[in-house]
Design a protein around this ligand. Structure first.
Ligand code: SAM
Ligand code: SF4
Length: 471
């Protein structure tokens, strides 16, 4: 297996451009019967094969797409229910030795202000986030020798140890450069959640063109980055593609082949899949007009197909997307969103508009956490800050939610309600508080007697002042 694959051997990876193009071109114009059989397979909770995914991607008319959307909505409801997990990104530093043409942080961009949080400033950022009610973060770093595994581990350690009022950060996920196995082990030591690496594009010629220098120019080093994370014992890994760099259907197929590879090699697929679209960034012309811009309509299609193709995985939708579109896409199977996000380095504890303007890219959804929670409640979702599984050693929880009958009922729903109640008591605005308590009541009514008792006990403990109540 190519863990330390040489650049010249890149064509031997699990991404075979010819094969993907063949999958897509040999499943054109599918009839509705064939599509329905595939949808049934995913509703039976089975992962789809590449030819089946290509068939869905080639659905030819609105009626077929409506059936695909409907199946994605049903699958989400049937397996995961109405919980949405909330998190925030925290940018630690934007120095970078790579030159990714679409990114505001690339080395050749003279317009961005370079900054790395001091440990003191990091604590302020964490306190600002905790004071809004956040419990889960994704920490983000440019790729630079100063962001060594030791540095990354130290910053995460500081985050976990910064308590503020009634709260603290309970799960830190990481989005940073691919590491060596040894590097991952150092980072794993401090207790991380998911390690995310986006391949950006699975199309090798496009990748080479857009990553002209720096360590990221090695396609295979990045492609096998999460293999090394797994070898280092990090069980939860997140894959992703940056949509807009190449044909979106090809990228969806790339994500599927990446999933298959992880399943084959480690017996478990990715914990999450991300599908960011390119957003404008200061000093970055290509981000203003991406070469393969994905329309909102196609974006919905790709989310629905990913949901159906890998039914066991978490899907992450970010605040890069505008609020209206987020509302629609949530229903198609998204399980996590960020909210109240700010992506300037230091921008949670400081509100200089220049810092925000000069961040990595420009956000589409700038609502506060409280506004997002209010809206989720209005639409009868349960906003959740749950971090219970990973802290109880139940890694791969998304897989368990999917695979173990009764798991959601036994763990996820009660824990979501507990963390929502904490949020309402400690951080919510008056109107969110009222709406939230109504939703709690409604959700309690849906439980059987045994669960009702467990949940009522937990909620009562929280109302009396206990925190971090979890099953
Ligand atoms: N430097 C590390 C790396 O490249 O893997 C991690 C941090 S990087 C800032 C995180 C992700 O941001 C990238 O993987 C890329 O997909 C995304 N990104 C870069 N430029 C973007 C843009 N203009 N719009 C949206 N997302 C972007
Ligand atoms: Fe650096 Fe990551 Fe931006 Fe590329 S995407 S320039 S590696 S921060």
């Amino acid at each position: 297996m190519y863990v330390f694959i040489k650049e010249k051997d890149t064509q031997k990876t699990f991404i075979d451009e010819k094969k993907i193009k063949e999958n897509l071109s040999s499943n054109l114009n599918p009839d509705s019967e064939k599509i329905r059989n595939i949808l049934q397979k995913s509703l039976d909770k089975q992962r789809l094969d590449p030819d089946e995914v290509a068939t869905l991607l080639n659905a030819k008319d609105e009626k077929q797409w409506e059936e695909i959307f409907e199946a994605a909505r049903t699958l989400k409801e049937k397996v995961y229910g109405n919980r949405i997990v909330l998190f925030a990104p925290l940018y630690i530093g934007n120095d970078c030795i790579n030159d990714c043409e679409y990114c505001g942080f690339r080395i050749s961009n003279k317009e961005v202000v370079r900054k790395t949080l001091s440990f003191e400033k990091l604590k302020e950022e964490v306190k600002a986030l905790v004071s809004k009610g956040h419990k889960r973060l994704i920490v983000v770093y440019g790729e630079h020798p100063k962001y060594s595994p030791e540095f990354i581990a130290k910053t995460i350690d500081i985050i976990y140890n910064t308590k503020h009022g009634n709260g603290e950060i309970r799960r830190v996920n990481v989005n940073a450069a691919p590491q060596t196995v040894e590097g991952y082990k150092i980072i794993k030591e401090v207790g991380i959640g998911t390690y995310q690496i986006f391949q950006e594009t699975y199309h090798y010629p496009t990748y080479k063109k857009l990553h002209p220098r720096g360590p990221k120019s090695n396609f295979a080093w990045r492609l096998y980055g999460l293999d090394r994370a797994m070898l280092a014992g990090i069980d939860d890994v997140g894959i992703g593609a940056l949509f807009g760099l190449y044909d979106w259907k090809f990228e969806v197929m790339g994500l599927i082949y990446h999933t298959l590879h992880l399943e084959e090699r480690f017996g478990v697929g990715p914990h999450t899949i991300s599908f960011p679209r390119i957003e404008p960034a200061v000093g970055t012309p290509i981000a203003e007009r991406p070469p393969y811009q994905v329309s909102d309509e196609d974006f919905k299609k790709l989310v629905a197909v990913l949901r159906l193709a890998v039914p066991y995985t978490g899907l992450i939708l970010t605040a890069r997307e505008p609020a209206d579109l987020r509302r629609e896409v949530l229903k198609l199977g998204v399980s996590q969103i960020d909210a109240g996000s700010s992506i300037g380095v230091g921008s949670y504890s400081e509100t200089d508009p220049e810092v925000i303007r000069k961040s990595q890219f420009i956000l589409g959804d700038t609502r506060t956490l409280d506004e997002v929670i209010y809206e989720l409640l209005k639409e009868e979702y349960i906003p959740s800050f749950c971090t219970a599984c990973y802290r109880a050693g139940r890694t791969g929880e998304h897989f368990m939610e999917f695979a173990i009958p009764g798991f959601v009922k036994r763990f996820c729903t009660p824990n979501a309600l507990f963390t929502l109640n904490e949020y309402l008591n400690d951080y919510a605005s008056e109107k969110t508080y009222k709406e939230g308590k109504k939703v709690l009541q409604k959700e309690i009514e849906k439980l059987d007697e045994k669960q009702k008792k467990i949940v009522l006990d937990g909620l009562e403990r929280i109302n009396k002042g206990d925190r971090d109540v979890r099953l």
